[in-house]
Write a protein that binds this ligand. Sequence first.
Ligand SMILES: C[S@@+](CC[C@H](N)C(=O)[O-])C[C@H]1O[C@@H](n2cnc3c(N)ncnc32)[C@H](O)[C@@H]1O
Length: 226
Amino acid sequence: MAKIAELVPSGKVVADIGTDHALLPLYLLEQGISDSVIAVEVGDKPFARAQKNLEDHPLGTRVDLRLGDGLQALQPQDGVEIAVIAGLGSGTIGEILQQKPPNLDKLDTFILQPMTRPDDLRAWLPGKGFAIAHEALAKDDGRLYEIFLAVCQDGSVSTSLPFGEKLLENEDPLLKEYLDLKLGKTRLILESLSRSRRKDRDELRRKFAKELKKLERLMDIVSKGK
Ligand SMILES: C[S@@+](CC[C@H](N)C(=O)[O-])C[C@H]1O[C@@H](n2cnc3c(N)ncnc32)[C@H](O)[C@@H]1O
């Protein structure tokens, strides 16, 4: 959560979509990062949890909690400039982004932290008109998570950013650990493909061999401290 909050520019009107316990809105207020946060939750139970947490917190009255589905719970007069969608699967994040009503014209920045398939989301965003302006890694309970700062562009952004580019640029301290993990997974996939009888085996082997080379190159750069 702290890593996500680091990416939220100060003084912006923020919406936290899928707020669950409403922890992020409270944190943003406590840290003085934002004065105005809208928290959106679609589930009745998490909504009740958020309501209780806000009631129990001295800053709770400053969070505008709404029961609703994603960005559809926002109105143009809310003036939301940045939305955080964290802790949801890549597919759900994509669905929520696509719901963006055109009249929310101030909302042009999204902080996304997918729980599943971050690579799919990274590849999907440019085709839907989102440029990835920044990437970061966060570690929680021993697990590594990718965070994207995506900015709306007019039309689609043609180039999909290769994995690691921004993390390398920012010298992310968790990059080496993350690459290690990805290298291990990719090698395992290649190993199991070499035993597989599936029809698309050769195509997949080519794809993952290319991926492995890319990761090895990145690891080489990171290890040399360049
Ligand atoms: C695992 S929690 C993540 C909570 C918090 N954002 C975090 O990062 O720790 C995901 C929450 O998103 C909510 N959610 C899923 N789809 C949603 C949608 N379309 N609109 C609002 N909330 C949604 C779920 O009900 C759930 O409470």
